[in-house]
Design a protein around this ligand. Structure first.
Ligand code: FAD
Length: 303
């Protein structure tokens, strides 16, 4: 039986709310066919449901977890993303908290070698880039979804099987109260990069992946620098590798540093290795680092 986490996830900047699993009508013996089922209540699933509702199309979202996403994920939302969020009524909420920016600095061995200036016109409604942690985006989308009668969201409901028939789809779902099935005309796979739906249908993503490994750490620290992207190449403390830094709301900074090719995730995530590298980066940009930062929010070696 599927058992999603029911305690709030840990975070230094975000107060997680756990949404309750509710017994589905089908688990009480009712049966009906739905026009659209969306798998996944991440940014894509929630936005898709809201956009469908704009056209009067009802949908059911099934989400394996009972809370918004975990870890250091998206923080930079482009103007185009903001335009899409505007369509579904969430852009203003984003702008209340997001940090807008348009300049980026590339620093090679301690010298700035390039300054990126993203075009921005007085008539532009949104800044080229806007920094906000993904959890807030999901929260704002959820607020809209919960106010939209055409959308039903089922927490704690994991897709485990698909029968892709000629005239619709039959889904197998697992929940804290056992399994049940759902029928729909259309199925939207919005269940992320490691999609169960794609695996079940034997579909593959096409494209390339970057071979480097990175540690991403969100820390609370007061750094007196503007909201601009900082990209460091081949710095003394991390030769041959890159580091990105971004300001986030609420006094949080993201450090995103590349690892030497032979280092394992276990070695990279050892507390002493994390401390040493975060200190080295902060010292490199002239921040009096020792003891001045708190709480690594989360770390993820990224492919
Ligand atoms: C480290 C990192 C940094 C990133 N930085 C940025 C950035 O700065 N800007 C940017 O735009 N993007 C960024 N991204 C990418 C961004 O996080 C993703 O593009 C985004 O989360 C994709 O949204 P999604 O809704 O497609 O999938 P997800 O956010 O992965 O959501 C999928 C949902 O489906 C649910 N699910 C999965 N399997 C099942 C199942 N079997 N049944 C039911 N539900 C299921 C999951 O629980 C989840 O809630 C970053 C990603 C990472 C990992």
């Amino acid at each position: 039986m599927h058992q999603p986490q029911t305690t709030p996830r840990a975070s230094i900047y975000y107060d997680y709310r756990v949404y309750p699993f509710e017994t589905a009508p089908e688990q009480r013996g009712e049966s009906r066919r739905y026009p659209v089922i969306i798998v996944g209540a991440g940014p894509i699933g929630l936005t898709t449901a809201l956009d469908l509702a704009r056209y009067g199309v009802p949908s059911v979202i099934v989400e394996a977890e009972c809370q918004v996403s975990h870890g250091s994920r998206a923080i930079v939302f482009t103007r185009r993303s903001m335009e899409i969020l505007q369509q579904v009524g969430v852009a203003d909420r984003m702008l209340e908290k997001a940090l807008p920016w348009r300049f980026g600095n590339s620093i090679y061995r301690g010298r700035r070698v390039f300054r990126m200036e993203a075009p921005h016109d007085d008539d532009d409604r949104f800044a080229p880039m806007n920094n906000l942690q993904q959890q807030y985006l999901e929260e704002y989308l959820l607020e809209r979804v919960l106010q939209t009668p055409l959308i039903e969201l089922r927490w704690g409901t994991r897709v485990t099987g698909i029968d892709n028939g000629d005239d619709g789809v039959r889904l197998e779902l697992d929940t804290p109260e056992g399994a049940y099935g759902l029928d729909c005309d259309w199925l939207v796979a919005a269940d992320g990069a490691r999609s169960t739906v794609r695996q079940l249908l034997d579909l593959r993503m096409e494209g390339d992946s970057y071979s480097g490994h990175f540690v991403i750490a969100d820390i609370r620290i007061d750094i007196d620098l503007p909201t601009e992207r900082l990209a460091f190449f081949d710095p003394d403390w991390n030769p041959g590798n890159t580091i990105l830094m971004h300001r986030e709301p609420d006094g949080i900074w993201r450090l995103d540093y590349q690892l030497p090719p032979d280092e394992t995730p276990e070695q990279a995530l050892a507390p002493e290795a994390l401390n040493r590298r975060i200190q080295a980066q902060l010292e490199m940009i002239g921040v009096d680092a020792p003891g001045n930062w708190t709480g690594v929010r989360s770390i993820r070696p990224a492919p």
